[in-house]
Design a protein around this ligand. Structure first.
Ligand code: ATP
Ligand code: MG
Length: 412
């Protein structure tokens, strides 16, 4: 991609009303733009990051048997009356049609849609288990939306729903999902900062689990066992004051952002919709369900909160908008190198703009692309390569540069 053709430009200052660091950096760098509190446009650079995160999440969900579908955002009131959540869901967006006077919900989550949908296809024990997921926009009437991408009124979520014939099957799948979640957070670069957190299980099971990334910008308080790297969330610390894994009592209070949540719903949503199956002997039972969420757009904000410095964002390679930022300075040309690297399949942003070296390098630090390759009169036909997360640069020949990126990016 040629930088001169980018739809967006960087800006020196963040919008005055952006309090959160993730939103400040992402809007200065031209990744997102706030339309109103809690509602963001994802601009071309930002969408590239979202697509990379989605691809990792999708791969891991398919890896545990998930089939992707897409459910409507607009729901009829009836489904939400069925489960009682029309009255009780505290961030539900409701509205009335101007014409028909029918009432609707803008989907904050999809149990009310997937349970009656599954009833169309699940009849017997032979139809179980089933796993369906989507990556989709959710809408929630959040009271406070001041944390940038960490709390949107409109945001992207991956939600997977599982359907089982008995608790043993649900339990086994739940553990599998836990593993897939750990892999997702590892692959997007926050594995070491993200802890499995015991949360209350509601009425049907003792625990649910959250994945909490320990960053100061988080909105949750968790109690961490440093030995086991598991935590307990605030709601259950009174009933579970010790580490659930080693029983140690010296849990440390920490701040976290919930990037994922897994939950055994059991029959909470199958019962109201009559989602049942016939067992081997012909007896009918309610289907057991699990649900598994990941905040895709929140994850993008969390990654920025975790990986930045005073100059800008530092993307982990797995989710970076481009792998290499090729920059020509002071009259040198990197046009040939750009074409050649592109041919090798290297994902590359080429800054061919006629701006000062200072401006271009400041931009590069703000954008946070993992590798910066500079060509200038000073590099004398070579390329100065520097990782965004390091201060050390190396001078490479074209051939050495190719070898480096070929090895990192094997052609498929
Ligand atoms: P929170 O306690 O932070 O409000 P939640 O318990 O309401 O989260 P879930 O309903 O389990 O969240 O949603 C699944 C995932 O979606 C969460 O783990 C989180 O990563 C993400 N998420 C939830 N609410 C928001 C929001 N308002 N903005 C962005 N991401 C969100
Ligand atoms: Mg919430």
């Amino acid at each position: 991609m040629l930088q001169s053709k980018l739809f967006t430009k960087t800006s020196r200052n963040a919008p005055k009303d952006e309090e959160a660091l993730n939103a400040q950096l992402l809007s200065r760098a031209g990744f997102v733009q706030k339309l109103m509190a809690g509602v963001y446009s994802f601009l071309p650079l930002g969408l590239r990051v979202i697509r990379k995160i989605e691809a990792i999440v999708r791969e891991e969900m398919v890896g545990i048997g998930g089939e992707e579908l897409s459910l409507p955002v607009l729901h009829p009131r009836k489904n939400w009356l069925e489960t009682g959540r029309w009255e009780t869901y505290d961030t539900l967006f409701r509205f009335t049609s101007h014409y028909s006077k029918n009432e609707y919900v803008l989907g904050p989550t999809h149990e009310e849609v997937i349970a009656p949908l599954a009833k169309q296809f699940i009849f017997s024990y032979q139809d179980l288990p089933r796993y369906a997921f989507q990556i989709q926009t959710k809408l929630r009437d959040e009271k406070r939306a001041k944390s940038g991408l960490l709390r949107g009124r409109e945001f992207l979520m991956k939600d997977l729903y599982s359907f089982h014939k008995d608790e043993a099957d649900l339990d086994a799948y739940y553990e599998k999902a836990k593993g897939a979640y750990a892999r997702v957070f590892e692959r997007v670069g926050i594995g070491k900062d993200t802890v499995l957190t015991f949360a209350s299980g509601g009425t049907f099971s003792k625990y649910s689990h959250e994945f909490q990334t320990l960053i100061p910008a988080g909105e949750d308080t968790v109690y961490l066992c440093e030995a086991c790297c598991v935590a307990v969330n605030k709601e259950i610390i009174a009933e579970q004051p010790a580490c659930p894994s080693c029983n140690a009592k010296n849990l440390k209070e920490r701040v976290g952002a919930e990037v994922g949540n897994i939950f055994k719903l059991k029959t909470k949503y199958s019962t109201p919709f009559g989602l049942q199956y016939k067992d081997e002997k012909g007896a009918m039972h309610d289907v057991l369900m699990g649900c598994y969420g990941i905040g895709i757009s929140r994850l993008m904000g969390v990654i920025v909160e975790r990986f930045h410095d005073e100059r800008g964002i530092i993307w982990p390679e797995s989710v970076a908008p481009f792998r290499v930022h090729l920059i020509e300075l002071n009259g040198a040309s990197a046009a040939g190198l750009y074409v050649a690297l592109q041919k090798e399949g290297v994902d590359i942003l080429y800054d061919e703009t006629a701006r000062s070296a200072g401006e271009k390098l400041t931009d590069a630090d703000l954008l946070g692309i993992p590798w910066r390759a500079v060509v200038s009169p000073k590099t004398k036909g070579k390329i100065e390569l520097k990782a965004r997360n390091s201060e050390k640069a190396e001078l490479l020949t074209e051939e050495e540069l190719f070898r480096k990126f070929e090895a990192r990016n094997p052609k498929s």
